[in-house]
Every structure is written in structure tokens, then in C-alpha cells.
Design a protein around this ligand. Structure first.
Ligand SMILES: N[C@@H](CCC(=O)N[C@@H](CS)C(=O)NCC(=O)O)C(=O)O
Length: 199
């Protein structure tokens, strides 16, 4: 059985929960990070040198980096609709997953920090930078039901826990109707609701 180490309030842990729930495979989650189990012990660092969550254990294998975990589990479970084996289709998924970490995540983290501050103390470009990235995603979702085409894939699974937080930031972001419709489609899935229930 998969063992998932990481608190349920972490967006990166939520991605992995979303996939495991969607697949309906058995797993146990253990609260690591923040106020829970320490991620800086020698034992944890031997698995995950970044001291971050999530870590996934599968028998003798342990994996860190949420997107590497998503690719591992989808491939191991032979979930070809979630992670296509056709290389061109797979590249559609991979590009949005890479974009999530390389482009959206840095502005999301800026937003996450700034959202807690009074307006006058926020970095001037936080809302603008977020709006620019969300516009790119909104454009894609205006063209296809799911991020990488007609099927839910691990690209949607990687994006969803991050984007739902982005659109809730108090920055007066411009409307992104295709993202809103996509979030509604996601909310209809029990897997997504379970994965994000902790907030
Ligand atoms: N790129 C990494 C980022 C991991 C990360 O930053 N995790 C955060 C939670 S979202 C963390 O471990 N924070 C420290 C903690 O929770 O103790 C991934 O996608 O897994």
C-alpha cells in the first residue's frame, strides 16, 4: 500500500491525494511537516533531502517532488488516460505540469505570502503577475475541457490545488471564466473534494 507522508493542508500533498483518490487505490497518509512530524530528522532527510512534503513510499521505493510522484503513480497504475503513453499527448500533459512549477508556482507563493499582509504592504506586482499567468491557463481552458485535452490528466491534478487558492486571493484579479468553469467541473469529483477538504 502506498504511504503518503505530508500534511493535508499542503497543496503539493493535495495533488498526490487527488490522484490516489481518483485512481481509487489504497493508501495511508501520515501527517508530516509544519506542526506535525518533523521533516528534518536524519530518517526523513535520507528519503527526501529537501525536508519538504510530500514524500511517497511504495515498498522500498521513496519519491519526493509532487510531480515526480504523480508521474510515478499514474505510470505504475497504468492510468493511460491520466498520463498518456502516446508521446505527443504526453507532452501536452508534461508542459502544463512543468509550467505549473516553473511559472505559476513562484507567483502563487508570492500571492500566498502577500495575501496575509495589509494591502499597503503587498508587493506592487503580485496581483499583476498572478493575473498574467492565470490568463494563459484561462486561454487554454477556453479551448479544451481539461488542461491537456478532452480527458482529466495529471496536469489538471497538479494544477487544481494551486489554482483554487490563486483565484481566492484578495487581489481583485480579473475574471477567468474558463478557469471558473473548470473548477466547477473539478468540484463535481469526490476525489478532488476529498483531497482539498483540509483547506
Ligand atoms: N516542489 C516541491 C515543493 C514541496 C514544498 O514546498 N512543500 C511544502 C508544503 S506545500 C513544505 O514541505 N513546506 C514545509 C512544511 O510543510 O513543513 C513539490 O512539488 O513537492
Amino acid at each position: 500500500m502506498y504511504q503518503l507522508l505530508g500534511r493535508a493542508t499542503s497543496g503539493n500533498v493535495q495533488k498526490v491525494m487527488f490522484l490516489l483518490e481518483e485512481l481509487g487505490v489504497s493508501y495511508e497518509r501520515h501527517d508530516y511537516g509544519r506542526q506535525f512530524e518533523n521533516t528534518t530528522t536524519a530518517e526523513y532527510l535520507a528519503m527526501t533531502p529537501t525536508a519538504k512534503v510530500p514524500t511517497l513510499k511504495d515498498g522500498g521505493v521513496s519519491i519526493w517532488e509532487s510531480h515526480a510522484i504523480l508521474r510515478y503513480v499514474a505510470s505504475k497504475e497504468k492510468a493511460a488516460s491520466l498520463y498518456p503513453t502516446d508521446l505527443a499527448a504526453r507532452s501536452q500533459v508534461d508542459r502544463w505540469m512543468d509550467w505549473t512549477l516553473a511559472s505559476l508556482n513562484p507567483v502563487f507563493l508570492g500571492g500566498f505570502r502577500d495575501a496575509k499582509k495589509p494591502e499597503a504592504e503587498r508587493a506592487p506586482d503580485t496581483g499583476k503577475n498572478l493575473a498574467a499567468e492565470l490568463k494563459i491557463l484561462d486561454g487554454q481552458l477556453a479551448k479544451s475541457t481539461w488542461v491537456a485535452g478532452d480527458n482529466l490528466t495529471i496536469a489538471d491534478i497538479a494544477l487544481a490545488p494551486v489554482v483554487r487558492r490563486c483565484v481566492a486571493f484578495p487581489f481583485g484579479l480579473p475574471p477567468t471564466p474558463a478557469i471558473s468553469a473548470w473548477l466547477e467541473r473539478l468540484s463535481a469529483r469526490a476525489s478532488f473534494r476529498t483531497a482539498t477538504a483540509a483547506g
